[in-house]
Design a protein around this ligand. Structure first.
Ligand code: GRF
Length: 222
């Protein structure tokens, strides 16, 4: 069982925005929601330093370039994980990234990567973890017959969809839902959740006790 306890401040220089490194493999709607939150001032004191994809033609990466953001591609297919991740680490360091945000990044990270950014990697998953980790989480939840579904933003550790939970948003499953409509409604919650989770982490106003994320000064609020 990994041990998490500690206080996690992203950086100490308040004059400098916290620099995000986005990792994505696909359409990038979560990335775009984050970018939009920064643009509209919902997410303050934060900037996107670089968007990186392991898939050369990921639509999300094209959108990042259109927004004028720095982008990088490291094709992972056929490469040993350690080599690929070493390139990612070097790139994220070159862009002085403080917080790594996985936004539909469809590849497990190596232990070396996780060690390089301790408690500084977030992921979003479309289920109420620990239920339904892995692929097709919304379909898994729908088929299981849950009455509530949702999404989770969590710190990334060496296990799949497993690290400390920063924030969850739940929605009821409707009698009229199919897995597609459920996925669409979960995605809308994801777009809200990721911004809120980043704001929480960047504030530094929390502690990690055991597996628990605890907001300072708000003992009853998670
Ligand atoms: C989202 O459902 C996210 O929770 C999961 O992968 C999907 C990525 O979607 N990890 P997008 O690329 O952000 O639109």
């Amino acid at each position: 069982m990994p041990h998490y306890t500690g206080t996690t401040l992203i950086r100490s220089d308040p004059a400098r925005p916290t620099r995000l490194g986005i990792l994505l493999s696909g359409r990038g709607s979560n990335f775009l929601a984050i970018a939009d939150s920064i643009r509209t001032g919902k997410l303050q004191g934060v900037e996107i330093a670089v968007a990186i994809s392991n898939v050369a033609d990921a639509p999300g990466l094209a959108r990042a370039a259109e927004l004028g953001l720095s982008t990088a591609v490291y094709v992972s297919k056929g490469r040993p994980r350690a080599d690929h991740d070493a390139d990612l680490i070097a790139c994220l360091r070159a862009f002085q990234v403080d917080l790594v945000c996985l936004a539909g990044y469809m590849r497990l990270l190596s232990p070396a990567f996780i060690a390089a950014f301790p408690n500084r990697i977030l992921n979003i998953h479309p289920s109420l973890l620990p239920a339904f980790p892995g692929l097709d989480a919304q379909q898994q939840a729908f088929d299981y017959g849950v009455h509530f579904a949702g999404c989770t933003v969590h710190f990334v550790d060496e296990h799949l969809d497993h690290g400390v939970i920063v924030l969850q948003r739940a929605i009821p499953v409707l009698a009229t839902d199919d897995s597609h409509s459920l996925s669409t409604r979960i995605l809308a919650e994801e777009h809200i959740a990721y911004t809120e989770a980043i704001a929480r982490v960047v504030s530094g106003d929390y502690e990690i006790r055991g597996r628990r994320y605890v907001r300072r000064g708000q003992p009853s609020s998670i």
